[in-house]
Write a protein that binds this ligand. Structure first.
Ligand code: COA
Ligand code: AMP
Length: 629
């Protein structure tokens, strides 16, 4: 490992956290300097850069144009789905964003209003987000793989004045019509947004509702450009709903100032890139990785961000990622382990990779789910570059632990998510809140306060934030992940301690799926667990007990349950496997032993607690799950 400056920088932060962040804040243009770097009296644990005023969109676009980077590419849209590539310079992206911001304003959107965005990976999705930021509207992007019912939950909670959508998304082999999903969601929602701005894609032109729907291109063309609005550092920039342990998603809030400071700083610190470098995060704007590392961070840092509409395999083959990296001169690639596993399955020897010039690519970053060491080792061998795993969550907005390309601390040990980022004091606690010894698995926590960029609260619900993250271990933020910190301080993430699973890097709630299964008229009770999967890391597996006296063929009920989850949550849930069982394993107090079910599904010993009501149930479950292996 090259000589590392990590220890020095981490110690610098530990010595004087406020001084550290005040220096990082010099990387952002402020309309008004903050009064206090951190005020512990505000919100659930405090707020950053209180009194400071700035605009995130101006920092992401205008200031680079002013600084002479107007002709540099800001965004390269590479659509394997349509065979098109479009490049937007900083000047062009600023101009389009200003016009769309003007269009939003003309439709009555003002500072503090919410705007839901339901779009595939098209440049207009980034433009829509930045346009909201420009006029101080709070965007809430919903991933396109979610069904209408999930969209309804988000519309009812965020109460948007307007929805921006595209007519369709493009999945391999099918056109997914988004607009009918939006129409259905508005129909079902108790809250009715006043207007929709619809981007018509030629693959499926949407029917418009007169008086409510407006054509994106026409509205943009007719609009007066809008200037950036000065925002308080503590104003919300966006809400991103993420899966919690129940069917109600959590509205994670991101503020303006701290977010811009942390993200801008992370680009060099973690990813080792600078203004002018090409950076590609192969994610979707519907997830936090897409918010932070397709849109905001690369632009705040003056990089060129690649937005890729396609898959790692099948569009057209397992060489797609390497083609994109070579064609656009990508320097740092950020992808989900699932994508690498998919490529490895189809091109284990890297033959397709060898056909491309990857000389500019210097690091692969992985996150979103646990990366199995064989995949990390394979990637390093075929790509011949360092592979850096890093661990983060929607709530934190940037990496809690990482390898630090900009500080010379890379790669990280295979299986480890790296070391704590400056800003995070990460520890492992036992269930009683005591620190565990190094090398012992514990509940991973972060000492409060959380750093800039991390969510200050949940949307209009400080109490829910406290209950979800702060109540279990006073003085600490509960990450919900279990893990081990070794003698070097390297953190390995073992998995969630709650009912959240990670399917192909997508965060999903088993509780939400259980709510759907329980709604089937034949189902008496059910459990959904995340079973290990070679490609997607985890896939949901449902076990259902039928109501007494119900006479229905198992294959029929399973088909109906699979269809129901797809209809209510969406295809992204990838719920394809359910089994009928006579009873579920429970403790004597009636708690379902989901962890034991998961272990049985993975072919491991059930490790049921002593409080199990009837151990014989475990054998029954084992027999039912056996045929799958
Ligand atoms: N809009 C509508 N539907 C979508 C969608 C979107 N934006 N994204 C996914 N879906 C659908 C897919 O079409 C698929 O539908 P199907 O059941 O009809 O086939 C379903 O949701 C599951 O999709 P996906 O998880 O992509 O699985 P897949 O089998 O189609 O592809 C991989 C497998 C490995 C190629 C894919 O999971 C992948 O690229 N994973 C990486 C994910 C990633 O980068 N995550 C980053 C998060 S930080
Ligand atoms: P999300 O909020 O969608 O980003 O999902 C966050 C969760 O994904 C975390 O709580 C972890 O369970 C998991 N996760 C993210 N990154 C990693 C990683 N590098 N290693 C292991 N798990 C990860």
């Amino acid at each position: 490992m090259p000589d590392s400056r990590y220890a020095e920088v981490y110690a610098d932060w530990q010595r004087d956290p406020e001084g550290y962040w005040a220096r990082a804040a010099e990387g952002i243009d402020w309309d008004r300097r903050w009064d206090r770097v951190f005020d512990p009296a505000l919100g659930p644990y405090g707020r950053w850069f209180v009194g400071g005023m700035m605009n995130t969109c101006a920092n992401a676009l205008d200031r680079h144009v002013t600084a002479g980077r107007g002709a540099q590419a800001a965004l390269i849209w590479d659509s394997a789905m349509t065979g098109r590539v479009e490049t937007f310079t900083y000047a062009a992206l600023r101009d389009r964003t200003a016009k769309v911001a003007g269009a939003l304003r003309a439709l009555g959107v003002g500072k503090g209003d919410r705007v839901v965005i339901y779009m595939p990976l098209v440049p207009e999705a980034a433009i829509a987000m930045l346009a909201c930021a420009r006029i101080g509207a709070v965007h809430s992007v919903v991933f396109g793989g979610f069904a209408a019912a999930e969209l309804v939950k988000r519309i009812e909670d965020a109460q948007p004045v307007l929805i921006i959508c595209a007519s369709c998304g493009l999945e391999p082999g099918r056109v997914v019509e988004y607009k009918p999903i939006v129409d259905a969601a508005i129909g079902l929602s108790a809250h009715k947004p006043g207007a929709c701005l619809v981007l018509q894609r030629p693959q499926a032109v949407a029917a418009m509702v007169a008086g409510r729907d407006h054509d994106f291109a026409e509205a943009e063309a007719a609009a007066e450009p809008a200037d950036p609005v000065s925002m308080a550092a503590t104003d919300p920039l966006y809400i991103l709903y993420t899966s919690g342990t129940t069917g109600k998603p959590k509205g994670v809030v991101r503020d303006c100032g701290g977010h811009a400071v942390a993200l801008q700083a992370s680009m060099n610190l973690i990813y080792g890139v600078h203004a002018g470098d090409v950076y590609w995060s192969a994610s979707d704007v519907g997830w936090v990785v897409g918010h932070s590392y397709i849109v905001y961070a690369p632009l705040l840092a003056g990089c060129t961000s690649v937005m890729y509409e396609g898959k790692p395999v099948g569009t057209p083959d397992a060489g797609a990622f390497w083609r994109v990296c070579a064609q656009h001169g990508v320097r740092a690639l950020f992808a989900a382990p699932t994508a690498l596993r998919a490529i490895k399955q189809q091109d284990p020897d890297g033959k397709l990779l060898a056909m491309h010039d990857l000389s500019k690519l210097d690091t692969l970053f992985l996150a979103g789910e646990r990366c199995d060491p064989p995949t990390a080792i394979w990637a390093a061998e075929v790509m011949k570059i360092p592979v850096v795993d890093h661990w983060w969550q929607t709530e934190t907005g940037w990496a809690i632990t990482a390898g630090f390309r900009g500080l010379g601390l890379f790669p990280v040990k295979p299986g480890s998510g790296g070391r704590a980022s400056p800003g995070y004091d990460v520890q492992a606690l036992d269930d009683d809140g005591k620190l565990v010894a190094r090398g012992t698995t514990g509940n991973l926590v972060v000492r409060l306060p959380m750093p800039p960029g991390a969510a200050p609260t949940l949307w209009r619900d400080d109490d829910a934030y406290r209950a979800a993250y702060l109540a279990d271990y006073p003085g600490w933020y509960r990450t919900g992940d279990a893990g081990v910190i070794d003698e070097d301080g390297d953190v390995s993430i073992m998995g969630r301690t709650d009912d959240i699973i990670n399917v192909a890097g997508h965060r999903l709630s088993t509780g939400a799926m259980e709510e759907v299964l329980a709604a089937h008229p034949a189902v008496a009770e059910c459990a959904v667990v995340g079973a290990a999967d070679d490609l997607k890391g985890q896939v949901p597996l449902g076990l259902v007990v039928l109501k007494a006296g119900v006479d229905i063929d198992e294959a029929v009920v399973v088909r109906e349950l699979v269809a129901l989850v797809r209809e209510r949550i969406g295809p992204v849930a990838a719920f394809r496997d359910a089994r009928v069982v006579k009873r579920l394993p429970k403790t004597r107090s009636g708690k379902i032993l989901r962890a034991s079910i998961r272990r049985i599904a993975d072919g491991q010993p059930a490790n049921a607690p002593a409080t199990i009501d009837d151990p014989a149930v475990l054998d029954e479950i084992g027999a039912v799950l056996q045929p799958k292996g």
